[in-house]
Design a protein. Sequence first.
Length: 274
Amino acid sequence: MISKSGQSAKKPRSCDVNFDSDRSDRPAIALRLDFSDYDAEGPLHQHRQGQLVLALHGAVTCTTAHGLWIVPLGCGVWIPGGVPHSNQVTSNARLSYLFVEPGAAAMPQECCALSVSPMLREMILRLADLPDSYAPDNHVGRLVRVLLDELTMMPKDGLALPVSKHPKIALIATTLTADPGDRRTLGEWATHIAMSERSLKRLMVQETGLSFGRWRRQLHLVIALRELASGATVQRVSSDLGYESVTAFIVMFKKALGTTPTHYFATRRSRHVS
């Protein structure tokens, strides 16, 4: 549900909610989306303004030509203006969008995931409840100035998965995304796509910046965070990812993120109660 408009009889695509074309030239505007009211996946699209996608509940996966970002509770993904992207959300997702006018804040020129403080989160939610039209010197304009100052100070966080348009790497990525439990080795993949193992190893690093093993682990973490945020159990996620035991999955998760899945989500929920 969009907090600023009436109820809709249909389930529109979330990307159709586009505040950055003609509706406002204010430094920033915000809105909330509940994905019980919207399609869970939007096609490739872009905005004139920069966009922060903030997860209030559940998770969203943002994809561009150069990477894939998982945005769990407490994180947001920053998408600069003009960058084509698509969003896929969990069925229980509640999001907030913050659109930022070009030049209004010194934000990164590339997509990245940001840790969002509880204070900034509440400021964005407050802005979502206020009129889009505001004067620079009224209380909303002052709120926006502080909000944008805070936004530029947020550290990078979350998980990014480099992607590639190279057809052979894209084939591996598509296959493993559809079936993350596929445990074929680098050598087996090389045979499958008619390359030598050495050539595939070199190509993987060249195209993604990661070894095949690290890239697949990153993919598993992205999928695990998305599924766990949607309510899946650790047991089911570990099985779907092809781990021999729940313990093996937890060890991988803890090695990558410094804590267990249960503690990871408990900590985020305690900081960002919505």
